[in-house]
Ligand binder design. Structure first.
Ligand SMILES: [Zn+2]
Length: 84
C-alpha cells in the first residue's frame, strides 16, 4: 500500500525538524508570520502596531488632547516631550 499524502508530509516535517530547518506553521499548514511589535495605549489599553508612529499619533488624537496627549498614551514611543 502506498503511503498517504498526509504521512508523507509528516515524514517531511520530521526530516526538516531534525535538520532544524522547519519553519513554524499553524495547524492548517500555513507559515506563521513573525508577530508585529505592538504597544498598548496607556489610556484605553488598545493594542497598536508601534512601528508606525503616525498610527500611534492618530490613535492618541481620538482622546482628549488636553488630558491625554500622545506622550501620555505612548510614553515609550514619545518620551520626554510631554508638557509638564
Ligand atoms: Zn488610547
Amino acid at each position: 500500500m502506498p503511503i498517504s499524502k498526509k504521512s508523507k508530509i509528516q515524514r517531511e516535517h520530521r526530516k526538516a525538524e531534525a535538520a532544524g530547518t522547519r519553519a513554524p506553521v499553524k495547524p492548517n499548514g500555513l507559515p506563521v508570520k513573525a508577530p508585529k511589535p505592538t504597544s498598548i495605549c496607556v489610556n484605553c489599553r488598545k493594542e497598536i502596531v508601534n512601528t508606525n508612529l503616525k498610527q500611534l499619533e492618530l490613535h492618541a488624537e481620538t482622546h482628549d488632547q488636553k488630558v491625554w496627549p500622545k506622550e501620555k498614551c505612548w510614553p515609550k514611543e514619545f518620551p520626554g516631550t510631554a508638557a509638564a
